[in-house]
Design a binder for this molecule. Structure first.
Ligand code: CA2
Length: 146
């Protein structure tokens, strides 16, 4: 088995730690990616991180994961609520998927309550702040260990 996780962050998550700290916290995306890499390392897993504001770039990264990754952590950002294409990409690669949302999407606007992604995810972590990414690594490591 390939000991690598693909970490995907969607649109605007490159702004983490620079604005709206009351919703998304103060850690930057670079901090989050480094932390995920460290936690994954404890389980003998590597991480490849991608962030893009473009749907097609995210879809291509998911397709490429078929070659050399064994699981995917994804925060699709606002594409969560709009993108059937992202859902189809995730279901197409047939790897275990952890969907992460930093904020509690159920306590915000109604349109954030529906996710096109959750139906193809193995687990969904919502409202745990950026710690949700660490929880996702731990869950996927357990899933991969069988
Ligand atoms: O809570 C989450 O993680 C979200 O996926 C974040 C998305 C939002 O559209 C989803 O409903 C829930 C937005 C990401 C925007 O990230 C920013 C970070 C810092 C400053 C501004 C935006």
């Amino acid at each position: 088995m390939t000991r690598r996780i693909l970490l995907v962050n969607g649109p605007n998550l490159n702004l983490l730690g620079t604005r709206e700290p009351e919703i998304y916290g103060e850690e930057t995306l670079t901090d989050v990616e480094a932390h995920v890499g460290r936690v994954a390392g404890d389980f003998g897993l590597e991480v490849r991180a991608v962030q893009s504001n473009h749907e097609g770039v995210l879809i291509d990264a998911i397709h490429e994961a078929r070659e050399d990754c064994s699981a995917i952590i994804i925060n699709p950002g606002a594409f969560t609520h709009t993108s059937i294409a992202l859902r189809d990409a995730l279901s197409g690669v047939a790897l275990p998927v952890a969907e992460v949302h930093i904020s509690n999407v159920h306590a915000r606007e109604d349109f954030r309550r529906h996710s096109y992604i959750s139906g193809v995810a193995d687990c969904v972590i919502v409202g745990c702040g950026v710690q949700g990414y660490e929880l996702a690594v731990r869950r996927l490591a357990a899933v991969l260990a069988g």
